[in-house]
Write a protein that binds this ligand. Sequence first.
Ligand code: SF4
Ligand code: SF4
Length: 361
Amino acid sequence: MTAAGAHAEDRADGDLHRNPMQLDMPVKLTVSYTATCPLDCRHCYADCGGNKSKPELTAAEWIEFLDGRIDAGVVSILFEGGEPLERSDFLEVLEHCSPRALTRVRTNGWLMTSALAAKLKAIGTGTVLVDFMGARADSHDWFAQRAGAFERACAAVRHLVAADVPTQMLIILNRRNMGELPAFLALAGNLGVSTVGILRLYPIGRAKHLWGELAMTLDEQMAVLKALRPPEGMKIMQSWHPNDGNCCWQMAAVNPVGDSIGCSYLREFVSYGNVRDVSFEETWNHPLYRQLREGHVESSCGSCSSREGSHGGCRSTAYAFHGRWSAPDPFDTELNQGVDLRDLPEWMLQACPRAPDKAPA
Ligand code: SF4
Ligand code: SF4
């Protein structure tokens, strides 16, 4: 493992950093259960409501697939969407998996009721993560394009906390909500939530088409994070320096129609095969999947590497801004190399972006 240090370390091609851990099978899995959603967010990564040509996996198909993955070593499953609770068969799958793995559910809260929260508790759901787009109704509902979305997200948190379901609140930091982060932490505290996640804005889905309006410079992002004063006892999860992990080495993700994509943030860049057509193991051995897991990177942030046990930061944003899988992650202060995160390369606006002069994944 790379020794701890405060500054970026560079190596010439042919002598790249590598992730120290290599696995035979993934331990963490993200399941994008559906691409349907009752909201219509302007920045939706999943482009919910867009044209979908293939049928989504059925509950029976998911159960068969997930049993295989758990048997092979998956210990943690994150269910997201779209909105997973939108599909009436979702609870069947969640109930099947929760005794066998740590399950987490990411939701916008629109469909949450006290009865549903009690059901989630009864079946042993590990954690529910509720998405907020702002700390106020006007900002949240502007993103969601549904009046009442903010109130229903708050009500969802109240139902979950009352049912004693471990609950976290998430927010994607962007230019429109950057002034609301202190209010967001206060809101979480008032709702009885002690862990919040502040997430980066990724240039995927509809978000990349709003990039000029939503993107912030890295300095602006770090200033917002630095100024936060969470209430006593509140834990903040964030993935900027020094928490910039290159977590590809342990991850798997499958989208609603069964494409194995490694991570939800890689959804537009890669497809390693469809689990309806080939075994998951075959997709896991896709050359690009293997390459990303090995974590060959040109530069490494010593502090993040030391803390996360992997090198170079997120591969999705490295590729998005540099067009190279081995590039440094520009969201890391030690690895930014002068990249203005407001300037998204033009080629990224393609539906399935491929960097110029790069072979398709
Ligand atoms: S709540 Fe999430 S899945 Fe639904 S439209 Fe908004 S961003 Fe997309
Ligand atoms: S693309 Fe980024 S967030 Fe996804 S697994 Fe790789 S490093 Fe982690």
